[in-house]
Write a protein that binds this ligand. Sequence first.
Ligand code: M6R
Length: 615
Amino acid sequence: MCGIIGYTGPDPALDVLVDGLATLEYRGYDSAGVAVVAPGGNGLSVVKCAGKLSNLRAALDGQALPGTTGLGHTRWATHGHPTDNNAHPHVDASGDLAVIHNGIFENYADLKAELAADGHTFTSDTDTEVVAHLIGALREQTGDLADAVRAALHRVTGAFALAVIDRRDPTAIVAARRAAPMILGRRDDASLLASDVAGLIAHTRDVEALLDGQVAVLEPGRVTVTDLDGNPAEGHRYHVDWDVSAAEKAGYDHFMLKEIHEQPRAVAETLLRRTDADGRIVVDELRGGPAVEDDLRHVDKVYVVASGTSYHAGMVAKYAIEHWARIPVEVEIASEFRYRDPLLTPHTLVVAISQSGETSDTIAAAVHARDQRAKVLAISNVVGSTLAREADAVLYTRAGPEIAVASTKAFTTQIVALDILALYLAQLRRALFPDECRDHLARMDALPMLMQQVLEQEPAIAALARQFAGAGYVMFFGRHVGLLIALEGALKLKEISYIHAEGFPAGEMKHGPIALIEDGGPVVALATRGHVRDKVVSNIQQVKGRGAVVLAVATDGDTEIKQHADHVVYVPEVHELLYPILTVVPLQLLSYHIAVVLGRDVDQPRNLAKTVTVE
Ligand code: M6R
């Protein structure tokens, strides 16, 4: 989603801004722009245009916009098309202020009408320009930019992270947030801001996440934070410990491919230090908070809430927690959960899963649950993220930065984290014997090595991708935990190849979707060994009988499946609940190679954003 970068310090701002925007490209965007203020009140330069950062570089055409304070923005359109005019920064009526913004000002239409009645005219369709005019008008009244921003924010509704610069005060940036991330970077000679830490780590690792309703004034080497009424406040300060190389491609053609191949290491990290000397499962993160262990012992219902790929990972909790810990589990799309009236009590555990920890739908679901006195456990990959801060406890997946829009290593590490949670709950509540818990966890230790074996089949999967790339529609089906991989396999394929793909419970095919099968139409079936394997084979026969070409994902040694499927990809044998961690890997590779054959923008597919911070 929109990327924000800001700098005030001793160096020319433009290079810092453009380089910072490049590190945020992975978030997904459709236009980009920069604004720089020159010293001595001499000028505000704004350059912006639709399209990728390369278009902005071309528009800048080697100009060195003068000034050491500035803002940069990559926009993911919400109000109005991705055009030059709608790109950020937006200026106010005086032309003195430039504003960038991530999020949605929900009451912008009312504010626009009010400002228009006062003579304001607008050049874009955006909510941001309206708020730029509002801040500008209030700036004339208050005489101070920070006061004007605070006054404006009392009048707006919605979620936002915004930053403003002012020609009349060319060394300051005013920033604010409500329900959208805004991270400040502190250095002795400079201050920076960004929508996520990836934009800052080239400059500093000492960062401060602004909290909801806080306003910051950044000057070179100085940051002052207040609440919306101007009272002194402090954000959440922390040190970033991953290095820049973790966010680079390391010789792979795309971040997605690199991240697929990083999965064995990422899963090993998630599994690290999960037992004590007696072989009991320990989840240090859950020991920390007040009475967390005791709360978990008395949980009588679990809700899992998440979005997209994280939702598919969350589905494993229903199988694992119900099977091992014997607690009823419901898994729900976060944006649906928050708008119904779920029955939540202090004995309800809500597990909110989000790679970024900044997905607005998932955060809102978690906050709703917490307000109803349920216990909220976040599973996130980003230390210090908003979701992590809003939750009672956090289980970090430790996958390292995930840059590609299409989520891969976050997914497998989320499943591993959920399996650990399920076993931990089983141990706490004595639903399993201690040696059973220990054995299950010990089996999981083999997963990184087994994932590596699956990755070694990449050349064969790439060859299959060439055969599937011409398909207009691909169906995926599975049963039990195979279902969640059918859903995830279809999501991966559609998001990066733009081929229409859907996942179904295999048993549902005959109730409708089988009507879509055409001669030669590709179907991917999850058919690993387990109690539903033979049922899936029957479903394969049903679609084969109607002309489908079937690719089965099966267990090593299952040669019989070759009588039913046209192509087979094998994965090693594991406990039935652990198959998703292996079976998703060939489907990630299949989608990746199909997208490459089709020449798609693999890491930044059209219309998508890495972090979805709007509703
Ligand atoms: O950061 P989150 O895990 O909360 O993100 C949730 C979804 O937006 C995300 O998984 C999305 O579906 C990915 N593009 C999937 O590849």
